[in-house]
Design a binder for this molecule. Structure first.
Ligand SMILES: [Zn+2]
Ligand SMILES: [Zn+2]
Length: 267
């Protein structure tokens, strides 16, 4: 009997070595989900790709052009203008004074290499400027900062009716016409088409990103941990998984860095 207890104790201690042990002994099963290898079928919900999604050596490879499948005022003066230009329609509730920024949507070659079996990091690397994840339509997610690490406050006024905007592709191109379209906040096109509680994409660490609604409730950042997520079952992951939620309050998509170990993106 005593021996059995020791075995159980050893198991508990060894399965939660990165947590406070006493907390873990009580709460371990609720808070720790074992690593999940995500199936190709789930990644295939990402439809805005420029080539087949594939898994190799523990990573999923997702390539996109970054051109949204919805309309935007930022298609003005581009090769897509006739088909996809749409004037700003005053519908974005976050925008107080819309101003079109000088950048225009460009076709890019964005290559995401994301862990296929996301795992918790002990370092929680901060997100960097530029793409931090990929949404279902292939448009990259960005973090909660504008250039120079300043808050998004002013930039929000350049978000279009689908809640995205293009940034200059590189330094020195601030007044050029090329831009990388991206979402810092809820992608309205996706939440309208798939539901505000649906899977919206993945961050670079491989953990899924869901919309702002859960069980009919609009989540706030205060409902989530410091990385902007939590663990429980979802439609795609019935056994539970760590996942991020997009909220309508700052920091919107990610909090203080990646929950897991991030992959890479080149663009
Ligand atoms: Zn931006
Ligand atoms: Zn959730």
């Amino acid at each position: 009997m005593e021996f059995k207890k020791i075995i159980v104790l050893l198991f508990l201690l060894s399965s939660c070595n990165d947590k406070n042990e006493s907390l873990c002994l009580i709460n371990c099963e609720d808070n720790e989900s074992s690593d999940i290898t995500i199936s190709l079928d789930i990644y295939k919900k990402i439809y805005g790709t420029s080539s087949e999604i594939y898994i190799e050596n523990g990573y999923v490879f997702i390539n996109t052009t970054g051109v949204p499948d919805h309309k935007s005022p930022y298609f003005e003066n581009t090769i897509w203008e006739d088909e996809k230009y749409e004037e700003y329609d005053n519908s974005n509730p976050f925008v107080e004074n819309f101003r079109l920024n000088p950048n225009r949507i460009s076709e890019l070659d964005i290559r995401f290499k994301i862990p296929n079996t996301p795992s918790k990091s002990n370092i929680n690397q901060p997100t960097s400027m530029g793409p931090i994840g990929v949404s279902l339509n292939g448009v990259p997610f960005y973090n909660q900062y504008a250039g120079g690490g300043s808050p998004l406050t002013n930039e929000i006024n350049s978000f279009d009716q689908y809640n995205g905007h293009p940034a200059p592709i590189g330094p020195g191109q601030e007044n050029g016409s090329n831009g990388r379209y991206h979402y810092h906040m809820e992608p309205f096109w996706l939440s309208t088409n798939f539901g505000a509680d649906a899977l919206m994409g993945f961050l670079l660490d491989g953990y899924p990103v869901y919309g702002p609604k859960e069980n009919q409730k609009d989540l706030r950042s205060s409902d989530l941990d410091e990385y902007h997520g939590h663990i429980h079952e979802t439609k795609e992951f019935p056994n539970g998984i760590y996942h991020y939620h997009i909220t309508n309050d700052d920091p919107y998509i990610n909090g203080s860095g990646y929950y897991g170990i991030p992959g890479t993106v080149t663009n």
